[in-house]
Design a binder for this molecule. Structure first.
Ligand SMILES: C[S@@+](CC[C@H](N)C(=O)[O-])C[C@H]1O[C@@H](n2cnc3c(N)ncnc32)[C@H](O)[C@@H]1O
Length: 277
């Protein structure tokens, strides 16, 4: 499973051992997603909706069914079967081995870091990445390496979470302290600039707000943990667990709409193309 095992994908992959060494921040992300793997599908409603919208952007032509697609940050292969209905082969890649293992879908899997892409230059037809690239340590660099890994005329379909997301959680925790309780997300301008700098042709770009609704602030806060998306900002993070009274304070400050606790995600959806030579 780890070592890019599918024989017919080997020509695309740089190293036979694709499960790369990752730094400590990556290990935290890896651990959180691995812990969340079992319950991920039950909680990932917003992610599913974004995937549906992203799949709608896929441009179909006579050559599509002959193409190989890499699902980057595939999680427990939630979109793989649908992509298999479109492309000849789908290779699922994720930082978390537990996520990759947590699926009955038959597909080649690579455990690797998107910030150290294990693919040869000009080797990939299509990259699909839903709700994962916000975890990249350097989105601009990722766009450059993605551009390089794609074949001329190659396509990338990306949804990524941007600034403005989880503002309800931010507001609630502001009642407690000045620590950061959510990740810092790039702005949609940052994303668009990086994409253009890398050389991509932008066929489609849209910003959509997806909202999950919960019957209580506690359920809303827990939902972030259930999908493995708790804060990574070590420097500004609040040390230790919340006490019961601190949690009560946060819940009391959670903004409600019609008695529902919303969790909103601002997401940029992109359809990109590498120029044909
Ligand atoms: C929110 S889940 C999205 C899963 C799936 N794409 C979906 O549509 O539901 C984000 C995934 O990105 C993975 N991930 C986070 N950082 C990564 C990295 N640096 N390289 C590869 N995958 C990463 C996580 O392990 C997790 O499975």
């Amino acid at each position: 499973m780890i070592n890019a095992q599918a024989a017919n994908t080997n020509s695309r992959i740089k190293s036979p051992l694709a499960c790369l060494a990752v730094n400590s921040l990556k290990q935290v992300t890896q651990r959180r997603f691995s812990t969340a793997a079992n319950q991920y599908v039950t909680h990932a409603h917003v992610q599913k909706q974004a995937a549906i919208d992203l799949i709608k952007l896929i441009e179909l032509d006579a050559s599509t069914k002959h193409k190989h697609c890499v699902d980057l940050g595939a999680g427990p292969l939630v979109n793989t079967e649908e992509l298999q209905g479109i492309y000849k082969q789908v290779i699922a890649m994720d930082l978390s081995l537990t996520m990759l293992k947590n699926s009955a879908v038959t597909a080649p899997r690579i455990c690797a870091d998107m910030d150290n892409l294990p693919f040869q230059q000009n080797s990939i037809d299509v990259v699909f990445s839903n709700f994962a690239m916000q975890w990249s340590a350097n989105f601009e660099m990722l766009m450059h390496s993605l551009y390089s890994a794609l074949k001329p005329g190659g396509q990338a379909y990306i949804s990524t979470v941007v600034e403005g997301s989880l503002h309800e959680i931010k507001t609630a925790f502001a009642a407690l302290d000045s620590h950061s309780h959510i990740n810092n997300f790039l702005s949609s301008d940052n994303i668009n600039q990086s994409v253009k700098k890398a050389g991509f042709i932008v066929n489609n770009a849209a910003e959509v707000i997806y909202t999950d609704e919960f019957t209580s602030p506690l359920k809303a806060i827990s939902s972030i943990k259930a999908i493995g998306a708790t804060s990574q900002n070590k420097a500004t993070q609040r040390p230790g667990l919340l006490t019961k009274s601190a949690l009560q304070k946060v819940c009391a400050a959670y903004p409600l709409i019609n008695n529902q606790a919303h969790v909103s995600y601002h997401v940029v959806l992109l359809s990109l193309e590498k120029a044909k030579i």
